[in-house]
Design a protein around this ligand. Structure first.
Ligand code: GUN
Length: 282
């Protein structure tokens, strides 16, 4: 029988704490979100981020730019935000349109305002085991949940499925920095079932509905489902929840697991960058 990891509840605790701390501030943290084009899922994410920022008492601005914006004009927007003393955190909603060089855009963010931790400066520090200004939101949320539920990481065999820059790669480094034995898998991995059966914690971030079924899971394993797949059955994860449930010791539901933690960590990162910038002013 599994313990359901209640990401919604933990995320609410985190945001209430930030809300309280923000209410004690004279000047409020400010988050800027850039969205390019009209991807419906991205629009929902951005709206939720803005709503949460307002809820905790931050100032926020959403900059919506047309899908055909030139790279130069987009860079110009980022430079303006970098220079603006009132902006503490910059988020560029991904994915960007195909014709835009994602690397060039993300690298233009001032690392001290890089709320996702996606610049090479912050990601490089993370990979080296040094402290970046902030850690990427989704991996940070996953570790927060594991810690909250007292699930040990040190010495554990962890399988990370998916090698994205947003989740798979950063979580693999963060886990290794906590002495986990990490295996990275991707769509080319040949013996995934064998690897997953010998893993104690499985983190799936592949974006394929019901990709992980009970044949992939050993008794007592911990399942962290990062998938958010919009299907005709509604929002479902990468993991066939009902089929694996009885075998697992802990499992995150979709929705209500990792998703709410990502937004909570975005609020926490915005707050941390604000504090860091305040401490540098004097
Ligand atoms: N798109 C999907 N997840 C993320 C995220 O964590 N940050 C940004 N900027 N875009 C995303």
């Amino acid at each position: 029988m599994a313990v359901i990891i209640d990401g919604k509840k933990v995320a609410n605790e985190v945001t209430e704490n930030i809300k309280q701390k923000t209410s004690e501030l004279k000047q409020k943290p400010k988050l800027a979100v850039i969205i390019v084009g009209e991807n419906p899922a991205s629009q929902i994410y951005v709206r939720n981020k803005q709503k949460k920022a307002e809820y905790v008492g931050f100032n926020s601005v959403v900059i919506s730019l047309p899908v055909d914006i030139s790279e130069e004009n987009l860079l110009e927007q980022i430079y303006i935000l970098n220079e603006d003393k009132n902006i503490n955190a910059i988020l560029i909603q991904l994915p960007l349109p195909e014709n835009i060089n994602k690397q060039r855009i993300l690298e233009a963010i001032d690392p001290i305002k890089d709320v996702d931790g996606f610049t090479s400066y912050n990601f490089g520090k993370l990979a080296l085991g040094y402290k970046p200004y902030v850690y990427p939101c989704t991996p940070k949320g996953i570790l927060y949940l594991l810690d909250e539920y007292n699930i040990p990481i040190d010495g554990k065999k962890v399988l990370v499925i998916g090698r994205s820059n947003i989740v798979g790669k950063p979580i693999s480094f963060m886990l290794q920095n906590r002495n986990a034995t990490v295996t990275m898998a991707n769509s080319h991995t040949k013996n995934l079932k064998e690897i997953s059966l010998s893993s104690e914690i499985i983190i799936s971030a592949v974006g394929k509905p019901n990709f992980i079924t009970s044949e992939y899971i050993s008794d007592g394993s911990v399942i962290i489902d990062v998938g958010i797949n919009r299907t005709t059955d509604g929002l479902i994860g990468d993991v066939d929840y009902n089929s694996v449930f009885d075998k697992t010791s802990y499992i995150t539901p979709v929705p209500g697991g990792v998703g709410p933690m990502t937004i909570a960590m975005l609020m926490q990162n915005t707050f941390e960058l604000f504090q860091l910038q305040q401490s540098l002013i004097i």
